[in-house]
Design a protein around this ligand. Sequence first.
Ligand SMILES: Nc1ncnc2c1ncn2[C@@H]1O[C@H](COP(=O)(O)OP(=O)(O)OP(=O)(O)O)[C@@H](O)[C@H]1O
Ligand SMILES: Cc1cn([C@H]2C[C@H](O)[C@@H](COP(=O)(O)O)O2)c(=O)[nH]c1=O
Length: 217
Amino acid sequence: MSEAKFISFEGPEGAGKTSVLQALIGELGPMLGDDLVTTREPGGNPIAEAIRAILQPEEDNGMDKRTEALLYAAARRQHLVETIQPALAAGKVVISDRYIDSSLAYQGGGRDLGVDRIWTLNQFATEGLLPDLTIYLDVPADIGLKRVMQHRQGKIDRLDKEDLSFHIKVRNTYLALRDQFPDRIQVIDATQPLEMVITATRALIWQQLKNRNGVHS
Ligand SMILES: Nc1ncnc2c1ncn2[C@@H]1O[C@H](COP(=O)(O)OP(=O)(O)OP(=O)(O)O)[C@@H](O)[C@H]1O
Ligand SMILES: Cc1cn([C@H]2C[C@H](O)[C@@H](COP(=O)(O)O)O2)c(=O)[nH]c1=O
């Protein structure tokens, strides 16, 4: 059985995760077949997707910030036990659009609940499972938000609509996490043209999967 790998993608709003993932999954899918599991947070299975719908309505629903943190952790727990752990146990490659660092950055930093407190909460949810590699697409908050507001095809949700100072705190927390986990979290400058961001991301993923049958550049 091949060695399982868990890769997460992170970034502030509009960093380009969706665009980059779409391109690279298009390349990896044919190489890995059923050995590739792509998923997202909050979500990835029916229970977690139902929690997502509560967390991400278009308008402010008056949610308390600790409730918010708990719901993201609850969705993560279900995602972990139903989707991530079984795939890793079967030796698959799991690529998740967001994981624990989103909670640390958005709830810990953006909502001022504190990274340490959100870390503790998420240790309960994840039993300490961290990705092998986290690719953080870095973009200043104002540039990312402008992209989202101008171009997003889907809905603009209540978190997108938070003010700029919230999104600046989110980005600054991500940068602090990169300093805390320099081996796990790899940063890509997402202000570059999209093709360059894809090229840099591809290099990191291919390096991570280099010993796996079927993966070639
Ligand atoms: N490097 C880039 N340069 C210019 N525009 C970009 C770049 N990356 C993405 N975009 C554009 O920005 C918009 C948001 O991109 P995308 O949806 O991929 O971001 P995202 O990180 O998934 O956002 P969110 O997490 O907020 O949903 C899209 O219109 C996309 O075409
Ligand atoms: C997992 C997770 C997510 N969030 C926020 C971050 C984004 O605003 C949305 C997810 O939307 P996307 O466009 O699908 O990336 O949810 C969060 O605040 N905390 C979390 O743990």
